[in-house]
Design a protein around this ligand. Structure first.
Ligand SMILES: Cc1cc2nc3c(=O)[nH]c(=O)nc-3n(C[C@H](O)[C@H](O)[C@H](O)COP(=O)(O)OP(=O)(O)OC[C@H]3O[C@@H](n4cnc5c(N)ncnc54)[C@H](O)[C@@H]3O)c2cc1C
Length: 610
């Protein structure tokens, strides 16, 4: 197609075609990387090179909106990484899934578009003090800039009580947030059931920064009904027409080069290289911007001599700056927590399972989709969920749990020998989270519902356990980094997840959903004591919903931070990080919307200091 041939004509696939020098080098052409590169090149003033490990991909596993998850199962789009065995999960390992293509994880995520709560972004600023620009108010203009909002059709909104308020959104971005044209009938019943629980609110919009039960959009361009992601919104038709914008794909950055602690450029090799034999270097006049994502940004920093000195020495890497926080503070949203239910008296067909089980329904849906790009196949992985505070899911235990967190010795839950600055940062986070666990403005529990009879796998939005990512000291550049989620290493997580299970049971058994014959599939109605629930969790929970953050945290340096509020790496100059790794802690939402907003804000910060 046209987009593809245009793209192919302008892309550099050979390292030797790269110029000697650019104003900016963006490492990683993913969600954040392509957003920043677009903004830096749009006025024609600066030259930018994006270096991307993956290649241009436009297969149906990327573009398809229906079902939302084709990319997950396409090995061409994924790095092949497995975590270390998880002590807290009976030694199980976990697949670490992040996107590998021009567009990064935005090219194969589940297309759900949520914004975190005000409390999340204000918490980020609180680590720096009252006047930080990292706050809900400071980020709201960038959420608006990042997204082009298309409201649901009036019929869909009316039939399903979908609340939205376009004032929380913009319409100038080429990244689209839109609604499917169809909703399965049972969804309305499920969302209404949340309203039967005391304290559950229905905020005016999914972007209002408030917890509750609500509908939210999909990252799809509603015209052609195709995935809208950083490549389609910030690169297709943009990079091709700007002579100041170069992209090289299929190349892996090994390290940042420094002269007197100033970043001067990077070294890169073909993505399939197993040695530095064909390494090339390229210079950055103004800045090297790391946007390789939460898994690989810390690997590149450590491989460049920016990281914990002890680890670097083990790997025989010269220390440029001893920055203990690099690779620490690793977080993701655990899922398969709560409880799974089967509604044995469900009759509200059609439901999503009918797309697999009812050939007539599938054929009709397919015909409608082919003709108009509408109907059930315009639904991706979901558009309705609850995001609930601990005090709502556990009115009896939330306060005690918060007390227990406040009384913790955080050092006890980090690896032995963790640097004092990192421990102090963790302590600050635990205090901030304890405050939010008590409050009504921050969601910990997420249950996304699909309008069907097998539901209930909740997602935990603010885990307190912290993982770690380290270069493989035997092969720091060519082996994948060593990834440890350290799942359930902070016992408060298990306490909170016990409440998740109890609440999920109340949701199915004590609301009008009880009319549909709910039977618990997991962990099972007989599993009731906290100890038994935790045992079940260890065998079932997955510590990732593919939302890794935090490994180059924006925190004060004395709190284990890696970047400051301008996203500049401490202890060196000319080096910044712009991707999910800078989030000090997780938002109470999936992460893509926040990553785009961070990238939009970062572009302004970078231009301001140019
Ligand atoms: C399967 C899946 C489902 C998800 N579902 C949702 C969802 O429904 N809703 C939501 O909000 N969020 C979702 N997310 C999360 C969201 O997509 C990510 O948080 C976000 O895209 C991360 O953006 P990023 O810029 O930090 O990293 P990425 O977009 O991953 O970009 C990093 C880029 O750097 C490249 N790179 C890595 N190492 C190197 C190197 N050494 N040299 C050069 N390039 C390199 C990578 O190939 C990649 O393109 C999902 C993610 C995944 C993976």
């Amino acid at each position: 197609d046209r987009a593809q041939s245009l793209a192919h004509s302008k892309i550099l696939t050979r390292g030797e075609d790269v110029q000697e020098q650019y104003d900016y080098i963006v490492v990683g052409g993913g969600t954040a990387g392509l957003t920043v590169a677009d903004r830096l090149t749009e006025k024609g003033k600066y030259s930018v090179l994006v270096i991307e490990f993956g290649v241009f991909q436009n297969s149906s596993s990327v573009t398809t909106v229906s079902y939302g998850f084709f990319g997950l199962i396409d090995p061409a789009l994924n790095f092949n990484i497995t975590s270390v065995p998880q002590t807290g999960l009976n030694g199980r390992t976990v697949d670490v899934i992040v996107g590998k293509m021009l567009g990064g994880s935005s090219g194969h995520n589940g297309l759900q578009v949520h914004r975190g709560q005000k409390a999340d972004y204000d918490r980020w600023g609180s680590y720096f003090g009252r006047r930080s620009q990292w706050s809900w108010d400071g980020l709201l203009p960038y959420f608006k800039k990042a997204w082009h909002f298309h409201p649901p059709s009036p019929e869909l909104a009316r039939a399903n009580n979908i609340k939205y308020d376009a004032r929380y959104w913009g319409t100038s971005s080429n990244i689209h947030a839109s609604f499917p044209t169809y909703a399965f009938p049972f969804l309305k019943t499920e969302i209404a059931a949340f309203g039967e629980i005391p304290g559950v609110q229905f905020p005016p919009d999914s972007g209002a920064g408030l917890p509750g039960a609500f509908w939210y959009p999909t990252s799809a361009d509603p015209g052609p009904m195709l995935r809208s992601f950083s490549r389609t919104g910030h690169w297709d038709g943009v990079a091709q027409t700007r002579s100041n914008y170069h992209t090289v794909t299929g190349q892996k950055v090994l390290k940042v080069l420094f002269k007197n602690k100033r970043a001067t450029g990077v070294t890169f090799v073909p993505a399939n290289a197993t040695s530095g034999k064909y390494a090339r270097s390229v210079k950055a006049k103004k800045e090297v911007i790391l946007a390789a994502g939460t898994i690989h940004t810390p690997q590149i920093l450590q491989g460049s001599g920016v990281g914990p000195a002890k680890l670097l020495r083990e790997a025989k890497i010269d220390v440029v700056v001893d920055l203990p926080g690099v690779g620490t503070n690793f977080q993701d949203h655990p899922f398969q927590v709560g409880a799974l239910f089967n509604l044995t008296k469900f009759t509200a067909h059609p439901d999503p399972n009918d797309l697999f089980l009812n050939q007539t329904f599938l054929a009709e849906a397919q015909a409608e989709y082919n003709a108009n790009r509408t109907g059930p196949l315009s639904i991706a992985s979901g558009n309705a969920a609850s995001f609930l505070p601990l005090r709502v899911i556990s009115p009896t235990a939330f306060s005690q749990i918060a007390d227990k967190c406040e009384a913790q010795d955080p050092a006890a839950y980090l690896p032995p020998g963790t640097d004092k600055t990192v421990v102090d940062g963790y302590a600050a986070q635990i205090r901030a989270h304890a405050r939010d666990l008590r409050g009504a403005g921050s969601a910990v529990y997420n249950l996304f519902v699909r309008g069907t009879y097998n539901e209930g796998s909740a997602i935990y939005l603010h885990p307190l356990s912290r993982g770690i990512i380290k270069i493989n000291s035997a092969d720091p550049y060519f082996a994948e980094p060593i990834i440890d989620y350290r799942a359930l290493s902070n016992p408060a997580d298990a306490d909170i997840l016990v409440e998740f299970t109890r609440f999920t049971r109340r949701f199915f058994l004590d609301t009008s959903l009880s009319n549909y014959g709910p039977v618990e599939l997991w962990p099972g109605a007989n599993v009731t004591s906290p100890a038994d629930i935790i045992t079940a969790l260890r065998s079932f929970m997955i510590p990732s919903s593919f939302h890794p953050v935090g490994t180059a945290p924006m925190m004060p340096r004395k709190l284990g931070g890696v970047v400051d509020e301008d996203l500049l790496v401490y202890g060196v100059s000319g080096l910044s990080v712009v991707d999910a790794s800078i989030m000090p802690d997780l938002p109470g939402a999936y992460t893509q919307q926040t990553v785009y907003a961070i990238a939009e804000k970062a572009a302004d910060l970078i231009k301001a200091r140019a």
